[in-house]
Design a protein around this ligand. Structure first.
Ligand code: ADP
Ligand code: MG
Length: 148
């Protein structure tokens, strides 16, 4: 059973702090699969986590390129698979060497590639769900930590 924690976020800065805390525990081969509607904060969370991994260059949304790569204390791959039509598109961009390599991957819209995530070892897979909450900057973030 994997551990699940739920966070009631009140401001964007709380999202940033949570992302930095998560980044600190990531190790080679980890994949962070992210779920949630447009605007719930997936990219904001990724950007903060990638910064916390020691990347200093600008982190921009990979929506149009599917994946962007950075070098921090580990190689970092930031995927946004929103525009992927089927899983073959990911084979074409060589997702495997990133998913099963020595870096860490963040994947926005992970529900679109659920079939590929089945091949990831459960002890390397985080799932993070984002939802809007009442207040403007309010969010509910649910993190499912790796485990069997
Ligand atoms: N608590 C919060 N966490 C993350 N983003 C927030 C929060 N409150 C407001 N925002 C704003 O919501 C938007 C989230 O956009 P983005 O991170 O691109 O979402 P997604 O990648 O899920 O579409 C940004 O404009 C950000 O400034
Ligand atoms: Mg996004």
């Amino acid at each position: 059973m994997s551990r699940i924690r739920e966070f009631q976020i009140k401001s964007e800065s709380e999202t940033v702090k949570l992302a930095a805390e998560l980044a600190a525990e990531l190790s080679p081969g980890d994949i962070v699969a992210m779920y949630g509607d447009l605007g719930t904060g997936k990219t904001t969370f990724c950007r903060a986590a990638i910064r916390a991994l020691g990347v200093e260059e600008a982190v921009t949304s990979p929506t149009f390129t599917i994946v962007k790569e950075y070098e921090g204390r580990l190689p970092v791959y930031h995927f946004d698979v929103y525009r992927v039509h089927d899983e073959d598109d990911l084979f074409e961009i060589g997702y495997e060497e990133r998913f099963f390599g020595e870096g860490v991957c963040f994947v926005e819209w992970a529900d679109l590639i659920e079939g590929l995530l089945e091949d990831v070892e459960p002890n390397h897979l985080y799932r993070i769900r984002f939802e809007y909450a009442e207040e403007e900057e309010g969010r509910r973030i649910v993190i499912e930590y790796p485990g069997d």
